[in-house]
Design a protein around this ligand. Structure first.
Ligand code: GLV
Length: 323
């Protein structure tokens, strides 16, 4: 067995670093917000037994080839589409993620985007900052109320449920789509109705994407889906960009087949489709779902707790896949 050596491949908050320092492992960290260059990454991976990764670190065959002693990849994110999990499994590498601790922060951002886009908040803010003269009028910048409107949640996991709770408090009706309906008591608590995906697209006034990004959900929201949605509907995405076909979204907005969109994630992040930039009917924010001091600290700490557990021979707290 090689001596435990943890390499942290992106800058993480102090609670994670403090927890790693309590372990028996030697810890090395890339101390910059710039991405680690491949050559430096590979040099560090050569003797690593554990890699702590961010969602911007791609863990693929080349990564694993550079890491012959690797036993564990601890992703500091709930989404793990940056990691080839089957390739890790085939090489005996356990993968962990950080679910739970970012549920409320992400649901807050989804609810915030719903309010921003339906009430034209970013557009109004831009108007004030533009210095253009304005005065109140009865018909100025009318948005769309959400009370009694249907929120269709695609992916009723923890974040979907937390969003449903919030939207219910704002007076929205909740529909959702999951492969399998959630437990009846959860449906009852949230007042949520399961629908087939096409039915949900057609029935919703706001569609929110809250599912993981996988081969099955790539472009789940495409031209066909926009064809089913109401022209008065809004799309919210706080999950992963490539779940939405961004070119089809721009086409739908341009053709007036959708009222607007609130996006925290982008298909080719950090690039944003140029057709979205000038539009007042979209709200664009830079992947802020989990971006609070508390949440990012808790994510780093949970990732480090997983590292410590595995180093101590215990079961990881939040495994994606244990080998
Ligand atoms: C953020 O996007 C995450 O997956 O944690």
């Amino acid at each position: 067995m090689s001596a435990p050596r943890v390499v942290v491949l992106g800058r993480i908050p102090q609670p994670g670093m403090d927890r790693l320092a309590e372990t028996s492992a030697e810890v090395w960290a890339w101390d910059s917000d710039e991405p680690i260059p491949d050559a430096e990454r590979d040099a560090q991976l050569a003797t690593a037994t554990t890699a702590v990764t961010l969602l911007t670190n791609r863990v693929d065959a080349a990564f694993l080839d550079a890491a012959p002693n690797l036993r564990h990849v601890a992703n500091v994110a709930v989404g793990y589409n940056n990691i080839d999990v089957p390739a890790c499994t085939a090489r005996g590498v356990t993968v962990t993620n950080t679910p739970g601790v970012l549920t409320d922060a992400t649901a807050d951002i989804a609810m915030g985007l719903i309010l921003m886009v339906t009430r034209r908040l970013a557009e109004g803010e831009r108007l004030i900052r533009s210095g253009e003269p304005w005065k109140w009028s009865m018909f100025m910048m009318l948005g769309s109320g959400i009370q009694g409107r249907t929120l269709g949640i695609v992916g009723m996991g923890a974040i979907g449920e937390a969003l449903a709770q919030r939207a219910k408090a704002f007076g929205m009706d909740i529909a959702y789509h999951n492969r399998r309906p959630v437990a009846p008591d959860v449906e009852q608590r949230l007042g949520a109705t399961w629908m087939g995906l096409d039915e949900l697209f057609a029935a919703s006034d706001v569609v929110s994407i809250n599912c993981p990004y996988t081969d099955d959900t790539h472009h789940l929201v495409d031209a066909r889906a926009f064809g089913l949605m109401k022209p008065s509907a809004y799309l919210i995405n706080t999950a992963r960009g490539p779940i939405v076909d961004e070119a089809a979204l721009v086409d739908a907005l341009e053709a007036g087949r959708l009222a607007g969109a609130g996006l925290d994630v982008f298909e080719h992040e950090p690039q944003v489709h140029p057709g979205l930039i000038p539009r007042d009917d979209v709200v664009l924010i830079p992947h802020l779902g989990s971006a609070t001091e508390e949440t990012r600290g808790a994510m780093a700490k949970l990732a480090a707790d997983n590292v410590a557990a595995i180093l101590e021979g215990a079961a990881p707290l939040t495994p994606v896949h244990v080998v």
